[in-house]
Structure formats: C-alpha cells, structure tokens
Ligand binder design. Structure first.
Ligand SMILES: Cc1ncc(C[n+]2csc(CCOP(=O)(O)OP(=O)(O)O)c2C)c(N)n1
Length: 338
C-alpha cells in the first residue's frame, strides 16, 4: 500500500532562510486553505454546489511550492487539489467562492468552469485541464517559450501519483529533459488514484525512480513537512533558473478525505491506512513546530483562526449574494465571437 515515510523533526527556519513573517504567512495560508476547502465540501454536501475536491493533507508542499517561486516572473500550472498553492500565490477566497458557486463574476470561467480549475493572468497561473496530466505538457510548452524568449522564468507544475502513469507524463518529462527546460514537476503523491492504490498503478518502488528514465534528478521528500519541501523545491527552482534543466519531485503527502464528494472511500480504504494518514496531517505538525520555535503563541493562533474564519464567511456570503450568469449568455466564452 502507501509507502511509509519516516517522520523527522521539521527543518529549522534558519536552515531554509525564511523569516518569521514568511513562516507565519505560510501557516495562515494553510489554515485558510483548510477552512475554505472544508466550507466548499459542506456546500457540496448540502446541495448548494454540485461538487468539491479537497486538498486536505496536501497543504504543506503546496505552500512550500508557492513560496519557492519568484512571483514577479515564474509560472504555475496547478492541478485540482492545489487550493493552498493558489491562495499563497495571491488568488483570493472571494474569487475561489465565486467560482465554486458558479457565479457570473467568477474569474476563472464566469460560472461555466468545473470548480478547482483556477487561473489568473496577473499571477501567471495557467488553468489546468480536466484530463489528468495534460498540465505537465502545457508546463513544458510554457517553459520552452520562456527559454526561446531568453527569459529567466521557471514553470512549476503539479500532479497526483496516478497521473504519473499517463502517457502525457512521459512525453512532458522526456521533452523537458531533452531541451533542458526550466520546469519543476512536483508530484503530490497521496498513494491513491481515487480507489486505486499506488502499487496497482506502477511497478516502480518510488515515483522519484521514474526520473532516471529522463536523465533528470528525482527527489523524494516528505510533502507533509513544509520546510523540507520548501528546501527541495527551492533547489529545483534555482537549478531550473540556472539553465540546468528540469527536476522531478516526489512529495509524499496524505489524502485526509475521500477523493471528492462523489466518492465513498469506506468501500475501499483500510481504516488503519486512513488513521496513519491522519497522524501525518501537515497542519498540526507545522503549528507545533512554530510553537516550539516560539514563533506562534496560543493567543496568536486563536486570533489567526478567527481571522481566517471571517475571511471564509465573507467569501461565502459575497458569492451567495452574487448573480448567476444570465441564461442568454450561455455560449459566451465557449465559442469564438465574430
Ligand atoms: C485522462 C483522465 N483519466 C481519468 C480521469 C478521471 N480522474 C480524475 S482524478 C483521477 C485520479 C487521479 O489520481 P492521482 O493522479 O493520484 O491524483 P489524486 O486525485 O489522488 O490527487 C481520475 C482517474 C481524468 N480526469 N482524466
């Protein structure tokens, strides 16, 4: 079943070169992603929206990835679990909620897009497509464009472990390596592709091993350890920017909830495996680290949680008050205008 990850103490802040503000900012994003994601799950369960997919358990590596990018120039092509990454890059809770509730002002698709297909031109976030793994090909293409233009931008893209068994994964990594493209592939490896456990998806022992087939570095990291993840991703981003080509990162994370609101994991997921996953929840782990480092007090924590709860309520109310697209505009943005 899922590979077991040795839990080590979190890397010390001085090791990764981030200050208190950044360390606490990453914690706030994790809290916000968790609270916003849980609200969207409830909205789906109560019939207010039709679908939700969660990033619970993936937040640490996502925030680490966003922190490792240069927000003035780098590109990001996420997949559907990357809510924390999107929030840390600057997408707002209101925008996420407008999209979730399919409102006319939803910035990612004007109410016509499946939830969790975020994009933002100003933040250089390119929308992922619904067929899994296509975003890796798009990332290779964006990175090729940056290289041809002589720019120093790096492109970071993500996918799940199941996605690494798709043909698109092979094509993207092969092309990126042959052309030494400035791209970082982060696999958020939660051990499941809906109900299919990893050992039924691939014969290799670890996803990082796949990198050898493309002559690029393959690095395994505990993706529930925010600072370790940051170190590894930052190194890969720096390599890419220095013209040394792509890196494959196997970030071992946990899926804390069913695949989506359409899934009943009780039918296939062993109770012990779920309990192990919950014991590796990145949020209390990072919080404990901040408290131990005297970067966060109980009072700070309570205040932060209250502030985040308000942001989630505000986003929900704002979206609920907003209008749906007018039926007369049903084809707008679907077909090229004349
Ligand atoms: C090409 C393609 N095949 C199947 C699907 C249906 N599908 C959506 S998510 C998913 C599982 C993906 O698993 P994984 O890549 O491990 O990511 P996870 O959802 O576990 O994070 C599948 C099969 C799809 N969207 N696209």
């Amino acid at each position: 079943m899922a590979d077991t990850v040795q839990t080590r103490p979190l890397a010390a802040p001085t090791e990764v070169g981030l200050g208190r503000e950044e360390l606490l900012g990453m914690y706030r994003t994790m809290l916000l992603a968790r609270a916003l994601g849980q609200r969207m799950w409830l909205l789906a369960r109560t019939g207010k929206t039709h679908f939700a997919v969660s990033g619970d358990g993936h937040e640490a590596v996502q925030v680490a990835a966003a922190q490792a990018l240069d927000r003035t120039q780098d590109w990001c092509i996420p997949f559907y679990r990357d809510l924390a990454m999107m929030l840390h890059l600057g997408i707002t809770a209101r925008d996420v909620m407008l999209d979730d509730m399919a409102r006319a002002e939803a910035p990612f698709g004007r109410g016509r897009q499946l939830p969790a297909h975020w994009s933002a031109r100003r933040l250089r976030i390119v929308s992922g497509s619904s067929p899994v793994t296509t975003q890796l090909l798009h990332a290779a293409g964006v990175a090729l464009a940056s290289k041809l233009r002589g720019e120093t931008a790096v492109t970071l893209t993500t996918c799940g472990d199941g996605a690494t068994s798709e043909g698109d994964f092979h094509e993207a990594l092969n092309f990126a390596s042959v052309h030494r493209l400035p791209v970082v592939f982060v696999v958020e490896n939660n051990g499941w592709a809906i109900s299919v456990p990893r050992h039924k998806q691939m014969a290799v022992a670890s996803i990082a091993e796949r990198a050898a087939g493309y002559a690029m570095p393959g690095v395994t990291v505990d993706g529930t350890d925010l600072l370790e993840s940051y170190k590894v991703i930052k190194e890969a981003v720096d390599r890419a920017r220095a013209g040394e080509g792509p890196t494959l990162i196997d970030a071992q994370v946990v899926r804390l909830v069913p695949h989506s609101t359409n899934d009943d994991e009780r039918r296939y997921r062993p109770a012990e495996e779920l309990a192990d996953a919950k014991a590796r929840d990145p949020l209390p782990r990072y919080r404990a680290h901040l408290v131990a480092q005297r970067l966060l007090t109980e009072a700070d924590d309570t205040e932060l949680k209250q502030e985040v709860a308000q942001v989630v309520d505000d986003a929900t109310d704002f979206a609920e008050r907003s209008s749906y697209p007018d039926p007369s505009e049903i084809a707008t943005h679907l077909y090229a205008g004349r």
